[in-house]
Design a protein around this ligand. Structure first.
Ligand SMILES: [Zn+2]
Length: 130
């Protein structure tokens, strides 16, 4: 059974990004099986540091939690754009990437970057056209 994920927006994270993530999580739940009650945290920064490396997002299997970036101003700065749309898309693509990692874990596969870029694009395309 596919479950809807719970979205938590940090008070300093962008409401527009949180709305887009909420919409896209529902779309993704129609194109892949979400068997666990995932929590998606829209955090109030543009990047996280994981093992010393900067990343836009993360999936933590133990917590069944996904982090996506919610700092609109910083994302626009990184992407060198004045428009909100590319920043929102970056957050949505990060969500797709982390859902691809969730699928690896859900299916008992190794969590790795191999194959994730292709799966991310597929998830994005399938969910976007709904
Ligand atoms: Zn990854």
């Amino acid at each position: 059974m596919t479950q809807a994920a719970k979205i938590l927006r940090h008070s300093r994270a962008s409401p527009a990004i949180a709305r887009a993530i909420d919409d896209f999580v529902r779309r993704l739940a129609r194109v892949t099986e979400i068997k666990h009650s995932l929590t998606v945290i829209v955090y109030p920064r543009a990047t996280l540091t994981i093992n010393g490396d900067a990343a836009f997002g993360a999936f933590e299997a133990g917590l069944q939690t996904i982090w996506v970036p919610g700092d609109m101003r910083k994302l626009k700065s990184i992407l060198k754009t004045r428009s909100d749309c590319p920043a929102i898309e970056m957050a949505v693509e990060t969500l797709c990437h982390e859902i691809a990692h969730y699928e690896q874990w859900r299916d008992g596969r190794k969590l790795q970057e191999r194959g994730v870029a292709v799966r991310t694009r597929t998830l994005y395309r399938l969910a976007r056209k709904l």
